[in-house]
Structure formats: C-alpha cells, structure tokens
Design a protein around this ligand. Structure first.
Ligand code: SF4
Ligand code: SF4
Length: 254
C-alpha cells in the first residue's frame, strides 16, 4: 500500500469527501491499530450507555506504551482475520456520533509539540493520501479549520492536548517505568472514569485530590470535568518532581 503524507498549513485547502456511496466504503475501518485517547473512551462509553469498566472489558486491550511507559488502550478487533474495528457494520460505523478523534481527523493527521520552557503548544497538520481511499476524488475544497469544525474535533483536541502535558511530565520527572500499582492507578484515573469517580467520592476513605473544590463539584456530575480532574490527579500525584516525600507516593486508593 502506498501512502503519501503532505504537510498542510491551516489555511491551505484540500478536497475530500466520504460517504456510503464510495466503492471503498468501510475499507479504512479494517486492518488498523486503533489507539483510543481517554476522551475517546469517555465519548464511546457515554454513547453506548455502559460503564467505563464494561466498555474497557468488552471492546479494548490494554498495553504499555513503549515510548511513554504509560498505559495504552486500543480497540480489540472484531475479527482477527481482517483486523476489523468492533464497531464497523455493513451500514457503516455504529458509533459514528462518538467515533474516536483519529477517525474524525482522517484524512488529516495532527501533531502537537510543546515548548518545555513556555508550555506553548504548536500544531502541525498533514494530509495522508492512502492508495485505497477514493475520497480524494470527491467533495468540496476545504481548509483544515473547516474540517476541524465539521468533524467536531475541538473538544477532542483540547482534551488530547492536556494529555500531552501529562506525557511531558512523565518524560521529564518519571522516565523510569511506573510500578504496576502506579500503572493501574493511571489507567483508572484516565480511562476507567466511573471507578475513579467512586474512588474520589468515597465517603469513608476518599482519595485525596489537590484540585480546586469547584472543579471537584463539577466532576460529580460531568465525565468531562472528571477526566480533567483525573489528568491533574495523575500529574500531581505520580508525575511531579519530589518535594520532600517519596515520588509517586499515594494518598489514597482507587
Ligand atoms: S473514502 Fe477513504 S475514508 Fe471514506 S470509506 Fe473510503 S477509505 Fe474510508
Ligand atoms: S470507530 Fe467507526 S469510523 Fe472509527 S474505525 Fe471503527 S467503525 Fe470506523
């Protein structure tokens, strides 16, 4: 398979359209390695109206990222023969309104770099032309910004950028592998949000959380707020430089 990757400025246009009418319909939902972000997991479990634990157990595999040493969640193939996404059907994607960020972003790819001194983020975009994809023969010309709007990517990108800060902390302050218990805590705080909520709001033994109380209140009823608390909790409890106490010391259980 021949792929062509072309860097793209945000104001540059490209021509693309995908619909059930294309001869290649659903081809891109097979033979893939679909890594999910924490926000992807949140959207999918909400859409399917199941708990985060049920979603993770039913549809995903857990591994450890070789570069980051952090837990990674990937979709489990429906059919190992053609590596099909568990959500692809003959009629298309059955979770389309909650599809992951990578599915929304395609045929673009977004890269983000973070300045270590200022914390400023810089976006890079590229157009990926895969030889099997016929979508480039159709559609109106559009800019990257128009595509981001049309695919409702703003929240995905914002939440994924928060993960970049977490990864940056991991690389900087905890380049060593996490202990298994720490790995499990990160997995819970980022992906198993219903379990994390139980942990921080337990009446008898609540998890100590060092985020402002208004954010914590909002997290009681909002998964989005809860995920932001989870990301901050991981950074503050596991990935901050030591301040006179053992690095990674826990103040509660989840
Ligand atoms: S046009 Fe491209 S994105 Fe659309 S179904 Fe075909 S391969 Fe997938
Ligand atoms: S989530 Fe939907 S769009 Fe994404 S690979 Fe699976 S079936 Fe395709």
């Amino acid at each position: 398979m021949h792929n062509l990757v072309t860097p793209l400025e945000k104001n540059q246009t490209f021509c693309f359209s995908c619909s059930p009418q294309v001869a290649c319909f659903n081809r891109c939902c097979r033979d893939l390695n679909q890594v999910l972000t924490p926000y992807d997991v949140l959207c999918l479990k909400q859409f399917l109206e199941i708990s985060s634990a049920d979603f993770l157990n039913s549809y995903t595999e857990k591994s450890t990222g070789p570069a980051t040493g952090l837990p990674v969640v990937s979709l489990r193939f429906k059919d190992a023969g053609d590596l099909a996404c568990p959500f692809v059907t003959d009629a298309g994607c059955r979770v389309y309104p909650a599809r992951p960020a990578s599915c929304r972003t395609y045929p673009l790819a977004r890269g983000v770099s973070r300045n270590r001194e200022t914390g400023m983020l810089t976006e890079q975009w590229a157009l990926i032309r895969e030889s099997h994809c016929l979508g480039f023969r159709r559609g109106e010309r559009q800019t990257v910004d128009q595509w981001v709007d049309a695919q409702q990517l703003a929240d995905h990108n914002r939440m994924n950028d928060m993960m970049l800060e977490l990864i940056s902390h991991k690389n900087r302050y905890r380049p060593d592998p996490l202990r298994p218990a720490e790995n499990q805590q990160v997995y819970t705080a980022l992906y198993n949000l219903d379990r994390f909520r139980d942990g921080i709001f337990k009446k008898d033994d609540p998890l100590a959380i060092t985020v402002d109380t208004r954010a914590l209140d909002r997290a009681r009823s909002s998964d989005l707020e809860l995920l932001q608390v989870g990301i901050k909790w991981v950074i503050n409890n596991l990935l901050e430089p030591p301040r006179g106490k053992p690095r990674g010391g826990f103040t509660g259980r989840i």
